[in-house]
Every structure is written in C-alpha cells, then in structure tokens.
Design a protein around this ligand. Structure first.
Ligand SMILES: [Zn+2]
Length: 94
C-alpha cells in the first residue's frame, strides 16, 4: 500500500480546505406568487415558470387528497348522549 512521502503540514491542509466551505443557495422570487424559487426551476408553490403554468400543482393536490381519503378510515359517528332518567313525579297526596 502506498504511503505518503512526508507528513502534510497543518498549513498546507488548511490551505487546501480554504475552498471547502459551502455557499448559501441562490434564490429568485416567483413573479406570480412571490415565493422564493430556485433559479431556472418551476415554482413549487404555484407551478409557474416563465409566465406559464409548467406544473399543474392543483392536479397534484387533488391526487394527494384522493389518496388521503382512500387511506383514511370512514368517519366515526359521534356516540349518542345517554338518556337522562326523569325524576319520579311527586305525588300530591301527602
Ligand atoms: Zn409561484
């Protein structure tokens, strides 16, 4: 197995790593809904790109709703309130 000829100094390692930092992602603003979007990508909120609808987000939402309705159990009926026993009538014969 090859072995490095000599130890890399701390300075040379740090010099190499000076270019390793990550830069924050650039964002543009959607012209239709003004939400932040990746440049050159359709808006994930409204599906528009360059003035026209590139992705139909409404269809996607309808699909998700249908899937959720299939998975969700049927609505459970609320239990009836228990009948309150009427107090026995007081007889006036006293
Ligand atoms: Zn948008």
């Amino acid at each position: 197995m090859p072995v490095p000829a000599r130890k890399k100094s701390n300075a040379s390692g740090r010099r190499r790593r000076s270019h390793d930092s990550l830069k924050p992602a650039t964002t543009a603003v959607c012209a239709k809904c003004a939400s932040p979007v990746q440049p050159h990508h359709a808006c994930s909120t409204c599906g528009f790109y360059r003035g026209r609808e590139a992705v139909n987000t409404n269809k996607n939402i309808e699909k998700l709703v249908k899937q959720a309705q299939k998975k969700a159990p049927k609505a459970v009926k609320a239990p009836k309130a228990p009948k309150v026993a009427k107090a026995p009538k007081k007889s006036k014969e006293a």
